[in-house]
Design a protein around this ligand. Structure first.
Ligand code: ACO
Length: 350
């Protein structure tokens, strides 16, 4: 048995900065409303045609691979987490494999939304620990700017999200090594699956979604995968009951962080850095308060990038490391919560 360690990390964000005030062109909102509720000042939007979820993932991966001191041909497995894939199918993993001219290795897409990267890391960790693979590329990437309702109708969601990508290379470390992933913890509760979801295109029957979501505006078009009516009724955009998400997130984030610490006989005071999924600055602040963590024990960058979902944890981890806030031997906890609901944590010694 081995342990797995992050051998290289990289991130990519598009150059196009979109401020809160820029959004006023499209919808009735304000910089004040967005900052007060979410902490977000600006986000990045990918180039409309030249950049995709996969191309951003590739840019982050190139850096992670180079920092690991290997080449794309050394990668022996890909785990790609996203909720905004280039295609409905196939997944982004194979597109990245093609773009980076990798060998005919396995490529797995993970669809766990905000907790996607931590789930993907956990999957990769298992393959490394058993000795099955030696260089696994784990990517989290999103191009949200392509799939949001930028009219006033969709403002409660569209102001929150941004585009970007993060990637790590996971390699085996000696089991006795002090650095590496100590444990990962994965959870789900599908009871409220519809309160943060994108229903279409999908194979559900519309009446079923209507039952679950009181104000879902179904027009009785049955089991259609996608139709003109769905588009006319904005049913091709995500739905979020923000307050319910908030209430669950502030319970499950601390729970899964404490689970990771307790399993390893550690305490919050041992934590050098918590990297929470950048859902909303208010959620991160609530979690920090609940766990009595100091400001310098929690890394937030949602102010600059918005919520980049599966990309947010690796982007924040990469930035924290690049800016010298994480050093060798430091205890780092990655934690995420999102649609599903799913939530997860990973505790690692850098
Ligand atoms: N600009 C201006 N006004 C807005 C906007 C906007 N962008 N969006 C909504 N409003 C208005 C609404 O129309 C409503 O107006 P009304 O009272 O006249 O009807 C009012 O603001 C309140 O709307 P709510 O939807 O109730 O807004 P809420 O106070 O719940 O704030 C928010 C929304 C920020 C999403 C909040 O619910 C929240 O923080 N939720 C946590 C969920 C979250 O952060 N999710 C992120 C993605 S999921 C994840 O990563 C886990």
């Amino acid at each position: 048995m081995f342990k797995s360690k992050i051998a290289g990390i990289g991130m990519y964000v598009p150059s196009n900065v979109v401020t809160n005030n820029d959004l006023l062109k499209y919808m009735d909102t304000s910089d004040e409303w967005i900052q007060e509720r979410t902490g977000i000042k600006e986000r990045r939007f990918a180039h409309r045609t030249d950049e995709t979820t996969t191309t951003m993932g590739v840019e982050a991966a190139k850096i992670a691979i180079e920092r690991a001191g290997i080449t794309p041909q050394d990668i022996d497995f890909i785990v790609f987490a996203t909720l905004s894939p280039d295609y409905y199918f196939p997944g982004c993993g194979v597109l990245l494999q093609r773009a980076m001219k990798m060998k005919e290795i396995g490529a797995l897409d993970v669809r766990n939304q905000c907790s996607g990267f931590v789930y993907a890391l956990s999957v990769a960790d298992q393959f490394i620990k058993t000795g099955m693979y030696k260089n696994i590329l784990v990517v989290g990437a999103e191009k949200h700017s392509f799939g949001l309702d930028f009219t006033t109708r969709g403002r409660n969601i569209s102001v929150i999200f941004g585009d970007g990508a993060g990637a790590v290379v996971l390699q085996p470390a000696d089991i006795s090594s002090s650095s590496g992933i100590l444990s990962t913890h994965l959870h789900s509760d599908g009871e409220a699956a519809e309160i943060l979801a994108m229903y279409n295109p999908g194979t559900h029957a519309n009446h079923w979604v209507k039952e679950k979501v009181a104000d879902f505006n179904s027009n009785e078009i049955g089991d259609m995968f996608m139709s003109h009516e769905m588009i006319d009724n904005a049913q091709n955009f995500p739905f979020m009951d923000g307050q319910s998400v908030f209430k669950k997130a502030v319970v499950k984030f601390p729970e899964v962080i404490m689970e990771a610490l307790q399993q390893n006989g550690l305490q919050t005071s041992d934590l050098k850095m918590l990297i929470p999924h950048q859902a909303n600055l208010r959620i991160a602040q609530f979690v920090q308060q609940k766990l009595k963590l100091n400001d310098d024990q929690v890394y937030n960058n949602i102010q600059k990038y918005g919520n980049t979902t599966a990309a947010s944890v690796p982007i924040a981890l990469c930035e924290a490391w690049e800016s010298g806030k994480i050093k060798e031997g430091d205890l780092v906890c990655l934690a995420a919560f999102g649609s599903g609901f799913t939530w997860a944590s990973a505790l690692l010694r850098w």
